[in-house]
Design a protein. Structure first.
Length: 422
């Protein structure tokens, strides 16, 4: 069974609606839509979002000794890979899967395929169009029409089929975010995170968060910073039996299919518990996620919609992109041979079997190690930096000289952007 997934005690619907666990002290006069955040599910997602942001705060608030974290805007990066120049016009979320299969993006004309050690599948990340010609989506979906009247800023849909059974001694499936590095957290921030986790766990049950392991204090394998939840983090799921046709993710009635969490948190958690217990090869599993999107303006890389706090640039919180969206099966501690079973509770890489892992960032705030994320080999010839890695700023005098030397370089670059990927 998957006992870890069941909420700790009965979910208190009154607590969810009144926000008793997350009392804010603010003056009167907030607009009506601001007070709407304190209703369920708005309150829960706002609290969860704040927790996620606190977890990744360490990337900018406490840089390693002797080092500083620079914003991507403060660095000059080498020219981006040709895949970036060939991507569609307009602001978008850019994505690099693990293992890398090149650059992918939001609002595509076709869903993107992926394959991991445990499954094969397809996914799409979409939002209101950011350029006049970008309203047409994949299949019958129109991106502009879909978001009319909705508070969500984006949505993600993923459809997968298991290649083999989940690990025999697995503990459960987790969905959320993780990062690559560790930086020390202040005592005050650790206490704030602990209170946030306790509040979310009191309201809806299981949640796992970790700031990661300090390499100066922990020997052996290190845990990455993460915040993950059971599959009930998804807002909707659809199970299709083996031999049956799975739903078209662009279908106009997609939102009416399967089961949804809205207004039925406890029941939905039990349904997810049953689903994970019977997941097996042959069936198709479709999930949709949008709950936190009303606060996360991913395209513009900003936090929004939270009184007093927003708008806020993500780079002030995470230092530099990307953030990894992950879905993984976790091996039980009993099956982990790297440490005593009774003591090992961390979500170590050696315990994870990824179904989905994607580095995500805004096209307006690209990572400085873009080439590496897209699978490019490091370039050490002549001491040159790896593609996408930062280098020293070029003086205005040198930039002016380059402009006179090749005045049409920008025109050539722009024209290449219209070339579609084949």
């Amino acid at each position: 069974s998957s006992a870890w997934l069941k909420p700790a005690g009965k979910v208190d619907e009154e607590v969810l609606s009144t926000g008793a666990h997350f009392a804010w002290s603010m003056s009167d006069g907030l607009p009506q839509d601001a007070w709407a955040l304190f209703s369920a599910p708005g309150l829960f997602w706002m609290a969860l979002l704040l927790l996620l942001l606190l977890l990744i705060w360490h990337m900018s608030t406490a840089p390693s000794e002797g080092k500083s974290v620079a914003s991507t805007r403060d660095l000059e990066v080498s020219p981006p890979p040709v895949e970036v120049a060939c991507a569609p016009q307009g602001k978008k979320i850019e994505i690099a899967m693990t293992p890398s299969s090149g650059l992918q993006w939001s609002n595509p004309r076709e869903v993107f395929k992926f394959e991991s050690e445990l499954c094969t599948g397809s996914y799409v990340f979409f939002h209101p169009p950011t350029d006049p010609a970008g309203h047409r989506g994949f299949g019958s979906l129109d991106y502009a029409s879909y978001f009319k009247g909705k508070t969500r800023l984006w949505e993600m849909r993923i459809q997968l089929q298991l290649k083999r059974s989940l690990p025999q001694d697995w503990e459960g499936l987790y969905f959320g975010i993780e990062l690559d590095g560790y930086v020390k957290l202040s005592a005050a921030l650790r206490r704030t995170i602990a209170l946030s986790v306790a509040g979310i766990r009191k309201a809806v049950g299981s949640v796992y968060q970790s700031p990661g392991d300090d390499p100066d204090k922990v020997a052996g394998e290190l845990e990455k910073p993460c915040c993950v939840l059971p599959l009930w983090a998804f807002d909707q799921f659809i199970e299709t039996a083996a031999g049956e046709t799975p739903p078209d993710m662009s279908s106009p009635d997609f939102s009416q299919l399967g089961r949804t969490r809205k207004g039925r948190v406890a029941e939905y958690a039990r349904e997810i518990d049953d689903l994970t217990a019977r997941m097996a090869p042959g069936a198709t599993y479709t999930f949709a996620f949008w709950g936190v999107s009303r606060f996360v303006d991913a395209v513009n890389w900003k936090l929004r919609g939270i009184p007093v706090v927003t708008p806020l640039d993500f780079n002030k919180l995470i230092g530099q992109p990307p953030v990894y969206a992950v879905l993984y099966a976790l091996q039980s501690a009993d099956a982990c041979s790297s440490s005593p079973p009774a003591a090992e509770q961390r979500h170590l890489e050696s315990r994870k079997s990824y179904l989905f892992r994607a580095a995500c960032w805004s096209s307006e705030h690209r990572p400085t190690h873009l080439g590496e994320l897209l699978g490019a080999a490091p370039d050490h010839e002549g001491g040159r930096e790896q593609e996408g890695m930062p280098r020293k700023k070029t003086s205005f005098r040198k930039r002016l000289g380059r402009m006179f030397k090749d005045p049409f370089a920008c025109c050539i670059t722009r024209s290449s952007e219209a070339i579609p990927l084949t």
